[in-house]
Structures are given as C-alpha cells and as structure tokens.
Design a protein around this ligand. Structure first.
Ligand code: C5P
Length: 221
C-alpha cells in the first residue's frame, strides 16, 4: 500500500498571537510544519504535500525538504485540504491528512492509522477518551444537560483514508462547506469511520499555552 500525506498548514495562527503563519512558528528551533512532515515520513508515508498560505510558499520551501510538494491553501481548512488532495495526484492507495498544528505526534500514531487502512478500513481517525465531565449550556451559560462521556472521543490527526473514498467524498461536498476535519467529510458521504488509539503528544497547538507545553515536551532530557 502506498500513502501520500497532506499537511494542512495554511492557517493564520491568529489565536497563537504569532507574527507569521502558525506552521512557521518555531518549536525547539524548528518550525511546526517541519515536525509534522518528519512525523508522517517516519511513520511510513511515502510522499508529502504541504498546503501553505499562498503568499508564504517561499518561506515554507526554505524550511522543508526539496521532495515535499507545496500547494496554495484556501480560506478554510476544508478548502485547503481539497487543494492538497487535487495536487496529490492518483498514484497513492491511501491519503493521510495531518495538521501542521500537531507537531509532536509520534510516528507510532501514523503507523497505527496506516495499519488500519491496510487491514481494509476506508477511513481511520486517532482518538482519545474524554476525561472531564462534559455538559451542554444554554445561551446564558446555564448548564442544561450533562453529556455522558463514556462514548465520547477527542479526534486527532493524522486521519487516514482510502484515496478513492476521500476523493469521492470531497467531490460530493458542497464547495462552500466548512467542516473541521476530514472524517466529517467522508461521514457526510455515508462512509464508516474506524478509530485507533491517539496520543496526548498529538495535542494541537492553538494558543500560547499549548506552545509552552510543546516546548517542554520537545526539550532534550
Ligand atoms: O485553525 P485550526 O488550528 O483548527 O487549523 C487546523 C489546521 O488546519 C492547521 O494546521 C492549519 O494550518 C490548517 N488550516 C489550513 N487552511 C486554513 C485554515 C487552517 O490549512 N484556511
């Protein structure tokens, strides 16, 4: 089975308060996007496409291996992944879509996703349990319901797909649709999504606190 990785890296990083796109922010001396590319390759992906903000292509090229294909992203994550999928071509059997914002994802998570695809799953996501009590609130912030957390999971990336399944699901999706992950895209097309174990180190860097935690984890021991 051959697999192509798509790294969604076209976000602005405004919540991080950075002076550059989030994927170019440094972690232990290397930009987040370089960590994400390394994880995919170390976990068994054969080639990588990185989706960048259109104006920043040169800055990404300067920090990534020459073998990585760069593609202009869109206004939403959904549009960016759609662009990456088009550029990825038809050679691979499987596609793994990963967030540049999850720099410390261990390669073992990539390997688990690839193994589930090789075993025949059309769509695979890494997940973790929900450990906090989880509630619903109304517009005033008053708790209206406690949500049983037993069946709930937090979904991470990389998310893996049979390539033809993901291409068909994006083709069926409205151009203006804005979904927060790719599993939602294939589920909208009626595809069952399998889960494998995620990893706390695959946490998403969104706000400055997340970057401080990642710096601690990335520091040499
Ligand atoms: O904004 P959020 O952290 O949810 O973004 C998740 C990932 O999607 C990030 O790695 C970000 O760079 C990417 N993204 C993108 N194109 C956008 C918005 C986000 O590739 N327009």
């Amino acid at each position: 089975m051959s697999a192509v990785g798509i790294v969604a890296a076209a976000g602005s990083g405004s919540r991080l308060g950075a002076d550059r796109p989030k994927a170019l922010v440094g972690l232990a001396g290397r930009p987040l996007v370089a960590w994400a590319v390394d994880t995919l390759l170390a976990g068994g992906v054969d080639e990588v496409v990185v989706v960048t903000p259109a104006a920043e292509r040169d800055a990404f090229a300067a920090v990534l291996p020459g073998s990585v294909q760069l593609v202009d992203g869109g206004a939403t994550r959904t549009a960016s992944v759609r662009a990456g999928l088009l550029a990825a071509g038809a050679a691979a059997d499987a596609v793994l879509v990963h967030d540049a914002a999850r720099p410390l994802t261990p390669p073992e998570v990539v390997a688990r996703v690839l193994a589930a695809l090789a075993a025949g799953a059309p769509a695979v996501v890494p997940v973790l349990p929900v450990v906090d009590t989880t509630v619903a609130v109304d517009a005033a912030g008053t708790v209206t319901d406690a949500v049983p957390r037993g069946p709930l999971r937090r979904v991470q990336t990389p998310q893996g797909f049979d390539r033809t399944v993901l291409v068909a699901a994006y083709a069926a999706l409205d151009d203006a649709a804005e979904l927060t992950d790719d599993a939602a895209v294939v589920r909208a097309d009626g595809v069952p999504v399998t889960t494998v174990a995620g990893d706390e180190r695959a946490a998403k860097v969104t706000v400055p606190h997340d970057l401080r935690i990642a710096e601690l984890l990335a520091a040499p021991r």
